[in-house]
Design a protein around this ligand. Structure first.
Ligand SMILES: [Zn+2]
Length: 305
């Protein structure tokens, strides 16, 4: 694959994986996604031009809109272990501020950083402390933070190692942690739905981090994965099934059906037990931190071990 360079392992060889259109229909064309031969990282390749990527966030891109109604919501919508703890938290790629609001409602002194001007305005008009800025460089809210959270954001970032390194530097010493939520390209849903998998989301998702890629990226950024699990929601199955039905010419509204959600929920539990759920939750600590596990506990596996 000409010019390919893996940000996780440095590999130069990649093989074709899937090709898919923008599921939101914002940008025309079909986008090719490849997998690194060495670590399995998925990448949109060749990389679309900057203006194509910027255009993909136009229109009514949901995460950049007004935040959801306040309230902490179910615990599954926050990183594991954030109930009843509190402290300073930073949400990277805060969008319209929903995740900042959730952490604040759960007792955290949470702030956000977000590159999109309209999203920042939406968050601020809801009274949420979100400042404009990039994940990789430039001004950032003052830390240090006990928690830095990337809620399905790292896959949008041009340089994920730089973003993780910066997150690690903003931590309050060895007790702080970085939590990355990111779609799992080896999940049961990705395998079942292929080009119709909802989390492909080209050209917004530049990367699809495999389990091995997450460990390698953390290492390159001075961090260590101490826990890795998957968390699935019925939405991933049902939204993918909707995309497939629409492509086959019979659009259906499946996500609102309580019956279908109930039907799919046991599949989500089984997938998470097998570590093959839709969404990774990777918890990382500075490499220098001691006593935080060795990354080889249940549900996690270090590459090459
Ligand atoms: Zn790689």
């Amino acid at each position: 694959m000409s010019g390919f360079s893996c940000p996780a392992c440095g590999g130069r060889e990649a093989r074709p994986w899937v090709s898919a259109p923008d599921p939101r229909g914002t940008v025309p064309g079909t986008f090719a996604i490849v997998r690194c031969e060495t670590c399995g990282l998925g990448a949109l390749w060749p990389r679309p031009a900057g203006e194509v990527i910027r255009a993909a966030y136009g229109g009514d891109y949901g995460p950049h809109g007004a935040p959801e109604a306040t309230g902490s919501g179910p615990a599954r919508r926050r990183p594991s272990g954030t109930a009843g703890t509190g402290g300073k938290a930073l949400v990277v790629g805060a969008g319209g501020g929903s995740e900042v609001a959730r952490l604040r409602a759960a007792g955290w002194d949470a702030v956000g950083i977000e590159p999109d001007e309209r999203a920042v305005a939406a968050a601020r008009s809801a009274g949420l402390p979100v400042t404009r800025g990039s994940a990789e460089e430039g001004p950032a809210p003052p830390g240090p933070f006990g928690l830095v959270w990337f809620p399905s954001v790292l896959e949008h970032v041009r340089d994920p190692v730089a973003a993780l390194r910066r997150a690690g530097e903003a931590l309050a010493g060895p007790s702080g942690r970085v939590v990355v939520w990111s779609q799992n390209p080896d999940s049961w849903t990705a395998r079942r739905y292929g080009a119709d998998w909802v989390h492909l989301d080209p050209p917004r998702h530049l990367w699809h981090f495999s389990r091995d890629a997450l460990f390698l990226l953390a290492g390159r950024a001075g961090l260590r994965v101490v826990r890795l699990r998957t968390r699935s929601r019925p939405r991933g199955w049902l939204a993918s099934a909707e995309i497939r039905a629409a492509r086959l010419g019979s659009p259906r509204d499946l996500r609102r059906s309580r019956f279908r959600k109930a039907l799919v929920r046991p599949l989500c539990w089984a997938a998470d037990l097998a570590g093959a759920g839709d969404l990774f939750e990777a918890e990382m600590v500075p490499t220098s931190a001691r006593g935080a596990g060795n990354g080889s506990g249940p549900g996690s596996r270090a590459p090459g071990l």
